[in-house]
Design a binder for this molecule. Structure first.
Ligand SMILES: C[S@@+](CC[C@H](N)C(=O)[O-])C[C@H]1O[C@@H](n2cnc3c(N)ncnc32)[C@H](O)[C@@H]1O
Length: 204
């Protein structure tokens, strides 16, 4: 249906490309648009908003995921210019701000895989934990304690909110700071398992 509608403004190859570069997070759509189609970005945004009934906003992702906080630049194309939404995964609820923090709906099977590896009664340190996706899903599935560390204050704030939303206060502990410093000062030799989901910093 979406492909058919997009084909009224794009070629079949262009609409396939666009659909694979499209993510929905709660009621927000984020779309990457190739340079060759940028002149049609408003029309693409309006078409997506009209077709995807659960969407309230469509944003164009105008940069890659970058910087210390691993965030991206977003430009509103259609609908409400608000970047916070609620997203559900694996029986958990998450408040996400798609502009202020890192978030990817494409990691959902990796999050389940990691949660399955955790054993009951383990202490887990999640060094680059973001808004708590991996930590909360693991703590919902296993009786573990997870320290979720992130250097981005917005991510730490949302993690705290998400921990409460999922009734995991005391099971997931949110810490705002540089993981290296936090571990040195508070958590050295305290974990059974450490998650380092930021490859470029994992060897420091
Ligand atoms: C690729 S994101 C992963 C976030 C989370 N694991 C997820 O999948 O949603 C990496 C995260 O590491 C955080 N980060 C970067 N450097 C950090 C540091 N030195 N200490 C703690 N967190 C850091 C960023 O703010 C970002 O939220």
């Amino acid at each position: 249906m979406l492909k058919k509608t997009l084909e009224s403004i794009l070629t079949s190859k262009e609409s396939d490309e666009l659909i694979s570069a499209f993510d929905q997070v709660g009621n927000i759509i984020i779309v990457r648009i190739p340079d060759s189609l940028l002149s049609k970005k408003k029309l693409i945004g309006e078409t997506l908003l009209e077709q995807v009934k659960s969407a309230e906003s469509v944003f164009y992702q105008s940069s890659s995921v970058e910087g210390e906080f691993r965030t991206r630049d977003l430009e509103i194309l259609a609908g409400d210019d608000k970047t916070e939404t609620e997203y559900r995964e694996s029986g958990c609820r998450f408040v996400v701000d798609v502009k202020k923090v890192f978030f990817s709906p494409r990691l959902s099977s990796e999050r389940i895989r990691i949660a399955e590896l955790v054993n009951d009664d383990e202490v887990v340190v999640n060094m680059f934990g973001g808004i708590g996706m991996f930590s909360i899903i693991a703590a919902k599935k296993k009786k573990c304690t997870v320290y979720n560390i992130d250097i981005n204050p917005a991510a730490a704030k949302l993690c705290e909110k998400n921990v409460a939303l999922n009734k995991l206060v005391g099971n997931v502990i949110t810490i705002h700071g540089d993981a290296l410093e936090v571990i040195k000062n508070q958590l050295e030799n305290k974990s059974d398992r450490t998650l380092m989901l930021l490859p470029e910093k994992s060897d420091e």
